[in-house]
Design a protein around this ligand. Structure first.
Ligand code: HEM
Length: 472
């Protein structure tokens, strides 16, 4: 197969602004979404992008998202882009890199474990676990927000999809392996030597051992009433359905790679929005206190009926789209917006560009949580709102992520009185490649609701962490 970078230069495409040797690397590193939006507005729905010595075709706008939704299987493939990541971690087969019938089958095998019955149905357990965690925190402590959500949300993925509560101990290993393998094998901006780094190799061994141990525990102690993702994977191996034994570890780790950076950074941006906007905060807190008034752990329906909190989450997903483009290999020639796109090209679908188009979202750079209510519904134009991607690879964990973000934000703000630290902190971001906040910390002003009454407080995340929860 032609590799994505080997295609002939399609000269008819307009070219994104850049410098002679490095192309558009500067703006793509500083603020990729803003750059892609501005370039789309200047050049139209399809353009050429050069980043250092790599060349891409970029499709952007509502029609681009709609095109991918309709035609992905005919013209685009993920295997050439993500396959190296899977091979590095000991298995060809995982969702992001699978194509065609194999992808379809693999997705079907895993879909049931992400169903609301498994996630939202265990809402009370998630709230209780979180309250015990937060019970260890003290007024005056300063928390690294990204870190807080990484710990809490990864633990929830472990609990809900693996029935395992030991995930915090390998969190740093997971993050290190994910970022390193992604930057070497997919983004190809780090040298292959990074995969030889002893710390990376140690982390890789630990997470693969962890996944093997989780699978072994499921085999040794099958649970009739708790069918989870690992059970679904193992059942497919047993009946000879698509998955081989050697794929089990990577498939078990799949939701952790897909879900940690994305969900934790989104939750961090949402918390920043709430704490930095007094009017938004007042509306959200009124909803949260009403929901918790009847008990320690409200059911999912109560969280689901919180328009202000939902508005915050949706507006965060729109304005801070952490996974803002889809990377694909073009496998068959096609035409888009009058331009021929040749097989062999490396395509970026800038899925989040429509989030900033004023004809879809008026005043697009203003954080406005009322865009999603029944009167406005600005997100419902097809292709306009795509924080979870589009097409056959659209996020399998989208609903899972939204539920856990809402439950976690509500519980956190119910239990703790927080302020940004410093109070005048101005949000800064970095993309590596997932977009994250930089230097975002909060200070615990007080405990609003005695979290400790629901169980013994756990020590404040005494995990084997390279970076602690408490920031200095
Ligand atoms: C706010 C949080 C999240 C965002 C913004 C997000 C975004 C995305 C995006 C854009 C894709 C498509 C990538 C592509 O087209 O190449 C994706 C795929 C995926 N996500 Fe998420 N994600 C989030 C949370 C999660 C969580 C919590 C999980 C699991 C628990 C998860 C599991 C997955 C999986 C398994 C895929 C691969 C789907 C496939 O290839 O068929 N995601 N995600």
């Amino acid at each position: 197969m032609t590799t994505p970078d080997a295609a002939p230069f399609a000269r008819s495409l307009p070219v994104a602004p850049g410098l002679p040797l490095v192309g558009s690397v500067g703006p793509m590193m500083r603020d990729p979404v803003r750059f892609l939006v501005d370039t789309h507005q200047a050049l139209g729905p399809v353009f050429r992008l050069r980043v250092l010595n790599r060349r891409f075709v970029v499709m952007a706008g509502v029609e681009a998202n709609q095109f991918v939704t309709r035609n992905e299987r005919s013209y685009l493939a993920s295997g050439p882009v993500f396959g190296g990541f899977g091979r590095e971690l000991g298995g060809e087969l995982f969702l992001a890199s699978a194509d065609g019938a194999t992808h379809k089958r693999l997705r079907r095998i895993q879909t049931g474990s992400y169903a609301p019955a498994h996630v939202e149905g265990r809402c009370a357990e998630v709230v209780h676990t979180l309250r015990r965690r937060l019970g260890g925190l003290q007024p005056g402590q300063r928390l690294d927000v990204q870190r807080l959500f990484q710990l809490v949300l990864a633990e929830q993925v472990g609990l809900l999809l693996h029935n395992d509560d030991g995930l915090a101990h390998i969190l740093d290993d997971l993050i290190r392996v994910f970022r390193t393998a992604l930057n070497v094998k997919v983004i190809r901006q780090w040298p292959a030597l990074a995969l030889e780094w002893p710390a990376y190799r140690r982390s890789k061994r630990r997470i693969l051992d962890h996944a093997a141990a989780v699978a072994a525990a499921h085999r040794d102690h099958p649970s009739a009433e708790r069918q989870d993702l690992v059970d679904d994977i193992l059942a497919a191996v047993e009946r000879g359905d698509t998955i081989q034994e050697e794929n089990v570890r990577l498939l078990t780790l799949g939701p952790l790679f897909g879900g940690i950076d994305t969900a934790s950074n989104t939750a961090a941006f949402a918390l920043h929005a709430i704490l930095s906007k007094p009017a938004v905060r007042a509306r959200v807190m009124a909803e949260i206190d009403a929901v918790f008034a009847d008990g320690d752990a409200p059911a999912w329906d109560a969280f689901n009926a919180m328009p202000a909190l939902r508005g915050v989450m949706m507006e965060t997903l729109r304005m801070y789209p952490v996974a803002y483009l889809a990377s694909r290999a073009v496998i068959a020639d096609f035409e888009f917006a009058g331009h021929p796109i040749a097989a062999g090209e490396h395509l970026f679908v800038a899925t989040a560009v429509p989030h900033f188009l004023p004809e879809l979202f008026p005043d697009p750079y203003t954080f406005d949580i009322d865009r999603y209510g029944p009167e406005r519904r600005e997100h419902t134009t097809r292709g306009a709102f795509a924080p979870f991607g589009t097409g056959v690879h659209a996020c399998l964990g989208a609903r899972f992520a939204q539920s856990q973000i809402m439950i976690t934000l509500a519980t956190l703000l119910r239990v703790l009185d927080l302020e940004l630290d410093p109070p005048g902190y101005t949000l800064r971001t970095r993309s590596n490649p997932v977009t994250m906040p930089v230097g975002l910390s909060v200070r615990v002003l007080g405990v609003r609701d005695d979290a400790q009454k629901v169980g013994a407080p756990w020590p404040a995340f005494s995990v084997n962490a390279r970076r602690g929860l408490l920031s200095r």
